[in-house]
Design a binder for this molecule. Sequence first.
Ligand code: ADP
Length: 335
Amino acid sequence: ERDLVSPEADLDEHAIEGALRPRTLDEFVGQDRVREQLSLVLRSAQQRGRAPDHILMSGGPGLGKTTLAMIIAAELGAPLRITSGPAIERSGDLAAVLSTLREGEVLFLDEIHRMARPAEEMLYVAMEDFRVDVVVGKGPGATAIPLDIAPFTLVGATTRAGMLPAPLRDRFGFVAHMDFYRPEELEVILRRSARLLGVHLADDAAAEIARRSRGTPRIANRLLRRVRDYAEVRGDGRLTLDSARAALNLYEVDDEGLDRLDRAVLDALLRRFRGGPVGLSTLAVSVGEEPETVEVVAEPFLVRSGFVARTPRGRVATPQAWTHMGLTPPPDAAF
Ligand code: ADP
């Protein structure tokens, strides 16, 4: 179970999300290169009878990092311990976790870039030498007592690989870059989820939801549940193309899969900043969000879909963004 469950997440949704997680590498859809690389890393570790190298996964929220961590542990037949960067406020928090690991255990450290700095240093040593230095006492009399810990495999996850200090990044033997999923892959995921939820999902409805899920399995599964709600209340319970379209419109997911935050960012960029260039934090303030949220959640998809371009002078809207939002660019627009 997770040490940290985000407070806003409703428990039922969490339970469903857990139930929809693939359990094996073979069940895990898409990310073919990562899957193949990972399978090799795991096989070779098993052949040598050793714990595999530490693994870092980078990629946006909902792309399957936690799922992969669980699969890694399952494939190794090893227990899994889950914690996260924000839960580690002091190095003592990390020492407590590390010193109780059992041999071969997989430690999943989500949002690793948000761990406290002193803990980072402790983690380097633990990763390399399987040792922690526990500081006893205070002031000039303080001494560090080295403590051996069981060999373990760290699986770190981050939405911002660029935020990791190089010495930490360098201690991972393998870095898996998770990318957005193709609509065909999301369709496979949706069909599997529909089967698990026991609902009838028409092919064209699956395609429509997949196309509007921002390349993200978590969003695809969430939209599937909203379409199911709609079909159950307003229809006969079957998920048809019409119910999919109506539900997605109701939940403010537009034709291109842009949600409210995406549209708010685009709207501010176009109207308030005349298409840019504008800095990310200025843009974030004008939509009332943290810069990290805009950078991690909204921007990658807007860039990927060709609505926003990153330039050295800031973020710029593309002609496609003006068209999509039904606006006319001013004559001096950046593009
Ligand atoms: P992250 O840790 O990257 O935020 P998760 O691993 O929690 O993402 O995945 C979110 C949800 O999406 C999970 O419920 C899981 O069922 C689903 N999911 C993610 N990746 C895949 C995949 N490759 N195949 C099938 N389902 C997936």
